[in-house]
Structures are given as C-alpha cells and as structure tokens.
Design a protein around this ligand. Structure first.
Ligand code: G3H
Ligand code: 13P
Ligand code: ZN
Length: 371
C-alpha cells in the first residue's frame, strides 16, 4: 500500500472514503490502517469497546468447524440493525449484516455505513457486512471498495455460461481486494419438481441446483460460497400443503463439492424465513390482509440444512413480519398515538426477540462469538 493511500485513509471520512475496515486476509495493511484510525478518531478504543468488522471468510471457517450456521439478516434501517446486533450480542452469536440494493436506495449507503459503524462500536461480537443479491459488477465493485467483507453476485437468471462469466469478473476484482464472493446457481422459485426430472434423478438445466453443475460452476467461476435452489424462495408464501426443502439434493450438492476437491464448502440458503403463523395471525388481527396461505420453511428443515452444511442462512421476511405485527398492534390499540418511538420501540423489541430465537434455537450459532 502506498503512503499516498495511507494518507488518504487517514483523512476525515467523506461519503467517498472506504466504509468499513476489514481486518484479515491478504491485505494485512488494512489492520494497521484500522489501528491508526481508531487511535486518531476513537479514543474509547483504549477502553476496549470498539471492534472492527470480522471478515466473512473467518466467520465461515469458524462456522464450518463448529457446525453451526450464521444468520445473515437484512438491514434497512436503524431499528432493524439495533434489534439484530443487540440480539446477537446478548446471545454471543457472530452475525452477518446484509444489505440489498433496495436497502442502499432506501437508506443511502452512507447512512447504512454510519449506522453499522455505530453498531460495531457498541458491540463486542464478530460482525461481517455482505451485499445481498448484487445485480451487477458495478454494484459489487462499489461495495467491495467500501469495505464490505463479502458480496453476492446474483446472475442466476442468466445461462450457466453467462452466470460463470459475470461471477468470474466479480471474483477477480474481489479477490484482489480481500473480499469474498457468493454466487447463485438455480432459481429460487419454491418447491416444485423440475421439468424432465424422473425417478428421483436430478435434471440438468432445471430450476433446482444440480450437484454436478454446482461443482462445475464453483470450479469455473471461483466463487467462495454458493447459494443453492432446493425449493427455497423469498417472501411470505413459500410452500403449499406439505412441501419441504429438497434436503436430499442439498446433501448431494455438498457431497459432490467435497468429492470435487472443494472440501467442506460453504453453501448458502436464501429464502430461509419460517413465516411464523402467530405473526401472520397478529398482523391480520390488527387490520392486515395477509393471505391464508402464508408459509415459510419449517424450522426443522433449516435445522437439517444447517447440519448438512448450509453455513449462511438468509432471513429478511420474518424480520419484516415481526416489525409490522408490532407496529400494527400499537397503532390499532392506540389510534391517537403519533409518536414514532411508541411503535418503533415495540417493533424493535419484537424483531430482537425473533433474532434471539433464530440464533439460539435454529441456527445454533449462539455462544460461538468468541470461539
Ligand atoms: O432476497 C431479498 C431480500 O429479502 C431483500 O429484499 O430487495 O426488498 O431489499 P429487498
Ligand atoms: P426470506 O424472504 O425468506 O426472508 O429470504 C431472505 C433472503 O433470501 C435474502 O437474500
Ligand atoms: Zn435472497
């Protein structure tokens, strides 16, 4: 790293300066920059209260070793962030904060940066910051330059070859800048059999991730983790009747990657909200109009996915439901209320309770913050 760069990094931060401080991996220089900055801007460091981001690859390595899953929770505003980080702090759980392109548009990247900096400074647990569903090289580059510890490039809607090409471009840039990349193969369309799938075999080119294609994809693209399609989907209407994740396929993908020389390779489960019935009922009780057919991934499925090897588990919808249920309740029960703190505080508390439950009882990462 040049001295000019060191000088730039020591300048007071502007919207254009790097956002976060990654501390491990090839770019050891970052650690010293981080120390410089702490000492110049954050005297409380000396009291031991401030902690930089933890690299996604360090969190993955520990999660794989400890056989637990990391919660990757979506952050869109201050209350969600506080709820997630406070819950994980109390449960001593490492955590991944993920930011979508929609979140960046809603909150502004600089607000998100400052909010996360505040959360990191007020907590002691390992925290990684990840771009969720990056849809272009430019967006990934922006986040890598800002110091995100990992990015997802989602080109799963493209052909296999195009998906590989786009991922490769992001991987090449990310790896030069001490960042790791999540790719996705298959489509998150929910539970259904692929056309052409017969007798329990796995069809190629279908909507679900094929084990052999997963190996070829990881090999060709160089991605560091892979989001799989095994019947999962986003939102509050995932399954009908008794549908489940295709956990046998998940096992086959994990095994194929191991047999293909990728060892204990980290898999990612998107669409992992469980859509708790009580939250849907509460929302509707207080004037909401969610359909009767809300359904999420049963927690028992997530539990198995974790044991099979889903290292990162993405949860957003459940946080939205918890927040909405609490806000609706306050406003319906207190129609004269107009102080946002009166409904945002209960909303934050409800999200926090939900996150505590997830990390303790479903992901089993509670208690692993300082392994
Ligand atoms: O998978 C998508 C996440 O739930 C983020 O949703 O794009 O509405 O922020 P968003
Ligand atoms: P849910 O909609 O199930 O919460 O999924 C979130 C997600 O996958 C974010 O990438
Ligand atoms: Zn997702």
């Amino acid at each position: 790293m040049s001295w000019i760069r060191v000088f730039q990094l020591l300048q007071p931060q502007s919207a254009a300066s790097p956002v976060f401080y990654r501390t491990s991996g090839q770019n050891a220089g970052n650690f010293f920059i981080f120390l410089f900055r702490l000492l110049s801007y954050y005297p409380p460091f000396l009291t031991g209260r401030i902690m930089p981001l933890t690299h996604t690859k360090d969190l993955f390595a520990k999660a794989l070793k400890g056989k637990y899953a990391l919660g990757a929770f979506n952050v869109n505003n201050m209350e969600l962030l506080q709820a997630i980080v406070e819950a994980c702090e109390e449960e001593k759980a490492p955590v991944m904060l993920q930011i979508s392109s929609g979140a960046r548009k809603y909150a502004n990247p600089v607000y998100l940066k400052k909010l996360i900096e505040a959360a990191v400074s007020l907590s002691t647990i390992p925290i990684a910051v990840h771009l969720d569903h990056g849809d272009s090289f430019d967006l990934c580059k922006e986040c890598i330059d800002e110091g995100f510890t990992s990015v997802m490039i989602d080109a799963s809607h493209e052909s296999f070859e195009k998906n590989v090409e786009i991922c490769r471009q992001v991987v090449d840039y990310a790896h030069k800048h001490n960042c790791v990349v999540e790719g996705e193969l298959g489509m998150l369309v929910g539970a259904q059999h692929d056309d052409g799938e017969e007798g329990g075999g796995y069809s190629k080119g279908g909507v679900y991730t094929h084990p052999d294609e997963a190996v070829a994809f990881v090999k060709a693209s160089g991605v560091d983790s892979l989001a799989v399609a095994i019947g999962n989907s986003h939102g509050a209407y995932k399954f009908k009747g008794e549908q489940h994740l295709d956990l046998e396929r998940l096992k086959a993908i994990k095994k194929a990657l191991s047999d293909g020389g990728f060892g204990d390779y980290p898999l990612v489960l998107h669409g992992a909200s469980s859509v708790p019935k009580d939250l849907a009922v509460e929302i509707n009780k207080y004037g909401g109009k969610l359909g009767e057919d809300t359904a999420g991934v049963p927690e028992a499925d997530i539990e198995i996915a974790r044991r099979v090897g889903c290292t990162k588990v993405n949860i957003d919808t459940d946080l939205r439901l918890a927040m909405t249920a609490a806000i609706r309740k306050v406003l319906v029960e207190n129609p004269k209320e107009f102080d946002p703190r009166k409904y945002l505080a209960p909303a934050r508390a409800k999200v926090k309770e939900l996150v505590r439950h997830k990390v303790r009882n479903v992901l089993c990462c509670a208690g692993h913050a300082f392994d």
